[in-house]
Design a binder for this molecule. Structure first.
Ligand code: F6P
Length: 329
């Protein structure tokens, strides 16, 4: 969508939702791309909460020094229930006007884009989005900032678990993040050599898991790794371990990786992605675009409307799960 706003002289940038490694290089790219075109930048702290509470500060070129390698987000982030209400969005819009902010760059997931969309529809403040979430569950883009770092962190953890699993001839259930999606689980499962991968789209009955474990033991396998996405309720790996024990007597150890996956220095892949998306988002916003996410498809930068991105669900890739099974004999 193209906005009817006058020339943009000052933009705001914010991070929203769960933090993701690579958000800092994205902020750096936004700030430096904008200032190099003579546009001033305000950093909005704590996502939508900071927009409501007027927590904003000017960002200069030098403020971006030495952040490319840092995990987390220097702008802080949050999940704001208040922003779901029109009265708080009106307050945020008033703050943005007072700060003379003509347009916004939102770094976050589809929930954050829904907030941005409402802000544009109600108050005509143009917003361009950059997909930043470790879950990689944003429709319209192959990749999101933070996903690569998170799956490498989880894979390294599984490599370590393999050592002890092998030494004790044990079964391990490793729970990875991903509330509504199984992208982390499928990628970590395949790259970590798991023999079962459970995701919200790939639910395997306990009987089947037990049957597979027994058959792999019969084939001479002494240790096994099962990767499960956390789903709606973190800790489900314990329920699965209990169910396996009750059905088969087999003892399965549990390791929940949790928020560990959200931290750490961004990988080269995430830094490059963040730099490209940050720069393209500024170009799009200054070019009059709004309600649009910048994403990547087959390594090419693309624009996708918030209207589509916030409604459609990105389909999971079952082929990785099937391949992991085939190769973990
Ligand atoms: O940002 C995505 C994510 O890490 C999900 O994988 C996870 O389910 C959720 O955030 C956890 O959120 P919080 O840190 O708010 O508990």
């Amino acid at each position: 969508m193209v906005s009817n706003q006058n020339a943009i002289k000052k933009i705001g940038v914010y991070t929203s939702g769960g933090d993701a490694p690579g958000m800092n290089p994205a902020i750096r790219a936004v700030v430096r791309s904008a200032i190099s075109q003579g546009v001033r930048v305000m950093g909005i702290l704590h996502g939508y909460s900071g927009m409501i509470d007027n927590e904003m500060k000017p960002l200069q070129m030098r403020d971006m020094a030495n952040i490319i390698q840092r995990g987390g987000t220097i702008l802080k982030t949050g999940r704001s229930n208040d922003f779901m209400k029109a009265e708080f969005r009106a307050k945020a819009a008033q703050n943005l006007r007072t700060q003379e902010i003509d347009g916004l760059i939102c770094i976050g997931g589809d929930g954050s884009f829904r907030g941005a969309q409402a802000l544009y529809e109600e108050h005509k403040i143009p917003v361009v989005g950059i997909a930043g979430t470790i879950d990689n569950d944003v429709y319209g883009t192959d990749d999101t900032i933070g996903f690569d770092t998170a799956i490498n962190t989880a894979m390294e953890a599984i490599d370590k678990i393999r050592d002890t699993a092998d030494s004790h001839d044990r079964i391990f259930i490793v729970e990875v993040m991903g509330r509504n999606s199984g992208f982390i689980a499928s990628h970590v499962g395949l790259s970590g050599g798991a023999e079962e991968i459970l995701t919200p789209e790939n639910i395997i009955p306990v009987d089947k898991i037990v049957e597979n474990l027994r058959s792999s033991r019969a084939r001479g396998k002494t240790s096994s790794i099962i990767v499960t996405a956390e789903g709606q309720k973190p800790g489900r790996a314990y329920d699965l371990a209990d169910a396996i024990r009750k059905k088969s007597g087999l003892d399965a150890k549990v390791c929940i990786l949790g928020h560990l996956q959200r931290g750490g220095s961004p990988s080269a892949h995430d830094r490059i992605l963040a730099s490209r998306l940050g720069n393209a988002a500024v170009e799009a916003l200054l070019g009059g675009k709004t309600n649009t996410m910048i994403g990547v498809q087959s390594d090419r930068l693309i624009e996708a409307s918030f209207e589509v991105v916030t409604i459609k669900e990105k389909p999971g890739d079952k082929s990785l799960i099937n391949l992991a099974r085939l190769l973990s004999v």
